[in-house]
Write a protein that binds this ligand. Structure first.
Ligand code: ZN
Length: 476
């Protein structure tokens, strides 16, 4: 297997020795790259020793290599830990077919059949993630089956690692949730009583959910708030963690008072203040900004008339999604008010502009206050495609003022921490899983250089990102 894999790497093979040695003594050495370790450290002319899917050792050129190794020369290149997207949804497609509440295409694309397809073929997006350099994702809300991906994806080198929260708890009424649930399964449940909330927490926790997600906080709904306090209490009893969608400052503060460990979006309605910073620190919360998702919705609506602009030179977007977004103009007639389209687009754009301004200012305040931030896209929402959207998100963070070297840590170590997997991946350290990316240009000089990715390694398996995995030689 190794020989054939190396044949497609497109990187120079310096030495392959010891043909008469035992195969289990062989290992891989990446030599010569500038390595960013995910902790904020950098090693020039690095040596990374990889054995049995793990990093055995990492150091500079003085690191000694004993035994029978396959060495790959990465001189002039850069390596970093595999990227982590800390906010995705496998039950959403990147277009409106997965969000009938935003634009209802159900006369054309049956939502229940779509969900059944997504449940049966989650690998539809796996390769998009890996070939974008994303070796781990956190699905922060979906159907119960999403929780099962945590195990099935873990041992699949064609998949990113997955953490999943499962069904979301919300103040939204069951009636209004109908378009987003199927007759068989619910991804969103209305919090109708404290006892029901506790049941959902116990159920999700028993399935192994990573986190219990609250989708919106209705401060003025006493029934919901009473239920939410019971949910927070039960989350603690179950040893799980509270994660919250709260884009309003007051809602986010209340979430933090209740012990939220992850805020899955930016605060976007007003500047974060000292009280917010203090509460976030007290809670030990991580902040996941999702800066690009609203622009994604805007782009998706815009595509109904002008077509979808896709920047994907390595063709990482899966074929079904590509076809769908390329036929976006066919769905123009599904707009409830096509006559008002132009003014809707204009208004939407100024709305998104103003949200982005507030989010950019807030991410800087949060960063300067020392609250950990994890790169997160909300991929699956219309216009935010699985995999490649991570580049847009990192670039938006840089645009907001975050230094590229800091974004690199937020896209690796902090993402792994959000998924509670920091012991396994997210940094390049001895004992961690061998998940990493190879880049032609320096990501710490400019985060746009993340787009120069040439290879991805998941569990020690190194592959080029510009070729579909099925074109790679199969195991012999
Ligand atoms: Zn989301």
């Amino acid at each position: 297997m190794k020989k054939n894999i190396l044949a497609v790497l497109g990187v120079a093979l310096i030495v392959s020795c010891g043909t008469n040695q035992q195969k289990d003594q062989e290992f891989m050495v990446l030599k010569g790259a500038t390595a960013y370790d995910g902790n904020g450290g950098v090693i020039s002319n690095s040596v990374v020793i990889i054995r049995e899917g793990k990093i055995e050792a990492i150091g500079d050129s003085s690191l000694e290599i004993h035994g029978n190794s396959t060495q790959i020369d990465l001189s002039g290149k850069f390596i970093a830990p595999g990227l982590v997207d800390a906010h995705v949804h496998f039950a959403q497609t990147g277009f409106f077919d997965g969000r009938p509440d935003a634009l209802d295409l159900r006369d054309s694309i049956d939502y229940n059949m779509l969900q059944s397809h997504l449940q049966n073929y989650p690998d539809r997006y796996y390769e998009s993630y890996l070939r974008s350099g994303v070796t781990a994702v956190y699905d922060v809300g979906g159907y119960p089956w999403s929780i099962g991906l945590q195990v099935s994806a873990e041992y699949n080198l064609n998949a990113p690692h997955v953490a999943a929260a499962g069904p979301l708890i919300t103040p939204v009424s069951d009636q209004n949730l109908l378009p987003l649930n199927t007759p068989g399964q619910k991804q969103l449940v209305n919090l109708r009583s404290p006892e029901f909330g506790r049941q959902v927490v116990r159920q999700n926790s028993s399935l192994g959910s990573t986190g219990i997600k609250i989708w919106q906080i209705a401060l003025d709904d006493p029934v919901f708030m009473e239920g939410l306090r019971a949910v927070a209490d039960e989350v603690a009893l179950q040893g799980n963690k509270l994660i919250v969608h709260a884009t309003g400052l007051d809602q986010a503060k209340e979430a933090l008072r209740l012990g939220a460990k992850v805020l899955v979006h930016s605060v976007d309605d007003q500047p974060v203040d000292e009280e917010f910073i203090t509460l976030a620190k007290q809670a030990g919360a991580l902040y996941c900004p999702t800066l690009v998702v609203m622009r994604g919705y805007f782009n998706a609506f815009k595509s109904l008339k002008g077509g979808f602009l896709l920047e994907d030179p390595n063709n990482t977007v899966d074929v079904d999604t590509r076809k769908l977004i390329q036929s976006a103009t066919l769905f123009y007639d599904y707009l409830p008010n096509p006559e008002g389209y132009s003014s809707m687009i204009t208004n939407y754009e100024s709305y998104v502009n103003s949200l982005e301004k507030t989010m950019a200012e807030n991410i800087m305040r949060v960063h300067q206050a020392g609250i950990p931030i994890a790169v997160s896209t909300d991929a699956g929402n219309p216009g935010t495609l699985h995999g490649i959207s991570i580049y847009d998100e990192m670039e938006a963070m840089q645009q907001a003022g975050i230094p590229a070297a800091d974004i690199l840590v937020m896209a690796t170590k902090n993402g792994a921490r959000t998924m509670e997997r920091e012991g396994d991946f997210g940094t390049l350290e001895a004992g961690k899983m061998a998940d990493l990316i190879v880049l032609d240009a320096d990501p710490a000089a400019d985060i746009r250089n993340m787009r120069s990715i040439s290879h991805v390694m998941r569990g020690g398996l190194l592959r080029p990102v510009d070729q579909p995995f099925e074109d790679n030689p199969k195991d012999e």
